[in-house]
Design a protein around this ligand. Structure first.
Ligand SMILES: C[S@@+](CC[C@H](N)C(=O)[O-])C[C@H]1O[C@@H](n2cnc3c(N)ncnc32)[C@H](O)[C@@H]1O
Length: 246
């Protein structure tokens, strides 16, 4: 079970980090192709943003694309070694700050001060207690009308066959459990996309939700079930990644 101690010891002491997380972008042909081919198309309405909060940046695989898209950036990670790595890697970015936390609290972030909260490829290993704490915290840290995009497990609804690779996903989390948390804490669901992960059916979920702004009319949430996310990665690796090499 990937609880907080699992996340602390794996990513803090026991992971090599020689490639700074680039190894996880191989199915997309690299992080640049993955950002522009897969993540940016889903985020483009939110960027650039005045202020961005990234949860669990690791060694900064996505931070390097978020920094040019904001005037103020805060990265919060459970592991002090990851924070140190980001501080070194992005030492020239005067608008960026990195802090460590206990894996549950975003106290380092001022309330109501972020346009965008982003987390990708980290909270998939977070169980429901962490999501419960973070959804409430995220809604506190967003400005009214601000939007969060978080990638988390859908294991509990994925119908993964026993013995299939679960990619260390949190077993207690599902798309609908996170949707309930968003609603309970007063957020508005924008888009929820359940996706395949590499070889595993609908194991993950991308949830975009918003802190309500006044009496503005709320569009109906979009629910997507995407069995082609891994195929999308293969197409990006094949036909877009070569453009990252020019
Ligand atoms: C697989 S790495 C991914 C890092 C980065 N998002 C990327 O895609 O390259 C997971 C990261 O999540 C961090 N992490 C895990 N659980 C966390 C939590 N509850 N709060 C904050 N950071 C957490 C770890 O310390 C590690 O840096």
């Amino acid at each position: 079970m990937p609880d907080l101690s699992w996340n602390t010891s794996l990513w803090g002491d026991n992971y090599g980090w020689e490639e700074a997380g680039e190894e996880w972008s191989v199915p997309w042909g690299g992080s640049e192709a993955q950002w522009y081919g897969s993540l940016f198309p889903r985020l483009h309405r939110l960027l650039p943003a005045s202020s961005i909060l990234e949860i669990a940046p690791g060694y900064g695989r996505w931070t390097r694309f978020l920094l040019p898209n904001c005037e103020r950036y805060l990265g919060i990670d459970l592991n002090a070694s990851c924070v140190e790595a980001c501080r070194n890697r992005f030492s020239n970015a005067s608008h960026a700050r990195f802090e460590s936390n206990d894996g549950l609290s975003l106290a380092a972030a001022p309330d109501a001060s972020f346009d965008v909260v982003f987390s990708f490829d980290s909270l998939v290993h977070a169980e429901i207690d962490v999501l419960q704490a973070y959804v409430a915290e995220i809604l506190r840290k967003l400005k009214p009308g601000g939007t969060a995009f978080i990638h988390h497990s859908n294991y509990a609804q994925s119908q993964l066959v026993e013995g299939q690779n679960d990619h260390s996903r949190a077993h207690s989390v599902s798309a609908s459990a996170v949707a309930d948390l968003v609603s309970v804490h007063g957020g508005q669901m924008v888009v929820q996309e359940v996706v395949t992960w590499i070889d595993a059916a609908l194991l993950d979920c991308l949830t975009m939700f918003r802190r309500p702004a006044g009496q503005a009319e709320v569009p109906a949430p979009v629910h997507l079930s995407n069995p082609y996310f891994a195929d999308e990665a293969r197409l990006i690796a094949h036909f877009q990644a070569p453009y990252s090499a020019i």
